[in-house]
Design a protein around this ligand. Structure first.
Ligand code: NAI
Length: 333
């Protein structure tokens, strides 16, 4: 029986890379019934709001979603659809696997890590106000419940994948209470996983170490804001935003999406690299236990990445979004 999945194409390059990804996933033999919903600017124009209730209802029903990027207006306009979705569905863990690809150029080799970002609180709680006319305050919320939950998620993932070390990033030397609590929770949870080492690193030193010797990291768990920043740094280590997938996972379901945004500078030009979105789809297939289909796509991707005329310009190639997706489909066995 086909598995129902909520599909949110998003805006900017979203619709192009979503369509490419759906073609690739369908060609892999995975039986998916796509339930398409709009969010972001497209939804504002049609329904007057960026995150219509039917999107959330569809995700609650299907429990699995695949999403393209959505533009978030800076400084004004609607609150981020991404933050809204994560909060509404309790998708508390943002999971970003980073691995070198054979044919994708990077200054580094031997990278194989997973970055896990807490998704529901920290400075993303949206509690901000002006203090008079010339000062602004943003409140950073860190709770024991959410911190223990994300740290446990990180250790469980490490155990499941047979990894030996979890690194927690923080700034507890300065933010003694908030980051101090996050670190305390990591240490408490770590006691239940004696076979896995807990390493703690102040986030600035973590940045330095990540560019010095990224191959030494296995699983990194971080509060929301540091997680956001470090995962883009991580994407840079393996060849850029165009190749980095992501997932938002909660108790009740999961939403898969690339790390990159809606890239308005190249939208509608058939130039966007569909790979991060395709790889997010691969993570989704694995979550759905469709491992064979996931492997089939990954093998085809590896094959195509070696051929300049079949990959997009950001990877040094000459092909368009559609042509790259078609090449991946043709390479499937
Ligand atoms: P961006 O990730 O959209 O673009 C950064 C740079 O990377 C641009 O030069 C872009 O052309 C390039 N790029 C990104 N994805 C690419 C791809 N698949 N293939 C080739 N090149 C690619 O980041 P930016 O410009 O900061 O954000 C644009 C909008 O996206 C903003 O409104 C932002 O809020 C939103 N955004 C949405 C996300 C989501 O929906 N999950 C995540 C990140 C940003």
């Amino acid at each position: 029986m086909a598995k129902k999945v909520t599909l949110i194409p998003g805006d900017g390059i979203g619709p192009e890379i979503t369509s490419a990804t759906v073609d690739v996933i369908n060609a892999s033999g995975a039986k998916i019934e796509w339930e398409v919903h709009e969010a972001g600017q497209a939804a504002v124009e049609k329904y007057g709001e960026p995150l219509p209730e039917q999107v959330i209802e569809s995700l609650r029903r299907n429990k699995v979603g695949l999403k393209g990027p959505v533009t978030t207006p800076i400084g004004k306009g609607f609150r981020s659809v991404n933050v809204g979705l994560r909060l509404a569905l309790g998708l508390y863990a943002n999971v970003r696997p980073l691995k070198n690809f054979k044919h994708i150029e990077s200054r580094y080799t031997g990278i194989d890590m997973v970055i896990i970002r807490e998704n529901t609180e920290d400075l993303y709680s949206g509690i901000e106000h002006m203090v008079g006319k010339d000062a602004a305050e943003s409140i950073k919320i860190i709770t024991r419940e959410a911190s223990e939950r994300i740290c446990r998620f990180a250790f469980e993932l490490a155990r499941k994948e047979g990894r030996q070390k979890v690194t927690v990033g923080h700034k507890a030397n300065i933010l003694k209470l908030s980051d101090g609590l996050f670190l305390e929770c990591a240490r408490k949870v770590a006691r239940d996983y004696p076979e896995i080492q807990l390493e703690d690193k102040i986030v600035d030193a973590l940045c330095m170490n990540l560019v010095q010797f990224p191959e030494r990291f296995e699983v990194i768990v971080l509060p929301n804001l540091y997680g956001d920043i470090i995962s883009d740094l991580g994407a840079g280590l393996i060849g850029g935003l165009g190749v980095a997938p992501g997932a938002n996972i909660g108790e009740e379901g999961a939403l898969f999406e690339p790390i990159h945004g809606s890239a308005p500078d190249i939208a509608g030009q058939n130039k966007a690299n569909p790979l991060a979105m395709i790889l997010s789809g691969v993570e989704m297939l694995k979550y759905l236990d469709l491992d064979m289909e996931a492997k089939r796509i990954l093998a085809a991707v590896e094959n195509v990445l070696g051929q300049k005329d079949k990959i997009t310009p950001d990877l040094g190639g000459t092909a368009g979004t559609k042509e790259m997706a078609q090449a991946i489909i043709k390479a499937m066995v």
